[in-house]
Design a protein around this ligand. Sequence first.
Ligand code: NAP
Length: 291
Amino acid sequence: MAIVINGKAIAQSIRDDLTVKVTKLKEKGITPTLAVILVGEDPASLSYITGKEKALAQTGMESRERRLPADSSEAQLLQLIAGFNTDPSIHGILVQLPLPAHINTERVICAIDPAKDVDGFHPMSVGNAVLDRAGFIPCTPQGIVVLLQESQIPIAGADLVIVGRSNLVGKPLANLLSRRSLNATVTLCHTGTRDLAAHTRRADILIAAIGKPRFITADMVRSGAVVVDVGVNRVPDIHAKNGYRLCGDVDYEPVGEKASHITPVPGGVGPLTITMLLKNVIDAAAALAET
Ligand code: NAP
């Protein structure tokens, strides 16, 4: 059976260090503060922002939440962002995605001041990341790298296969892991990939970011591979309180029999994603302290 990578424990030890940084910033009169914007009442989005706000509070930071009704106009949202952009007490701005269909997500992301773009989705942040320049790196890819490093998984030279090429996870992760400083040999797979299993089976490190429950089966995994499951899927469960339970993109038990290391869902990548958000907000506040 594979070693189960305990994302919760790794995240907690990083958060302890971040709490010290927050205390130091507070001594300088700066309380790192994140503006959190939610449009509509999507239950998954609501639970995500609650988790993020709780983590901010536990680390000594503040959040300023603004909820807009689902039928709010794009102009209203842009006006709210513009206010946060010029508010010196706000260090980071997070617009919870997905947005309602009538709002243009790209225009909204572009409206955030890149200095406060703690999600790292602004084209300026994306460009800086590709060029390996200083800037915000999206939280999930950054969290996955930390998870591998803290678990002493060798990344340099590894044959690393990512399934999923979204702008939020797969693409920035492929870019990050191909940096000279990390030196993985990255293959990025998607729905256009011919013979997906041929790629996944040769991976030293396999990362699934697909959004399909239990998609990666044991026959797609090499014996001894490290398997990182990014997927968070809600599957019906009559025994669960809410009528559903969370499930990853990996067929956990059979793959766990074959892999050397595996991340669980929940408790794997998720806690690191939130922790990297905390780190980005602290970095944004610290940058302000230096100006
Ligand atoms: P997404 O935007 O829906 O992208 C899914 C990717 O998977 C796409 O690139 C798609 O390929 C690929 N894909 C889908 N079916 C495939 C197939 N049959 N064969 C090969 N590739 C396939 O999803 P996302 O935003 O990246 O999120 C992925 C999962 O991670 C979701 O479950 C999400 O909830 C979860 N997530 C978790 C965290 C966390 O902190 N734990 C953070 C973010 C996301 P095409 O591009 O060809 O369509």
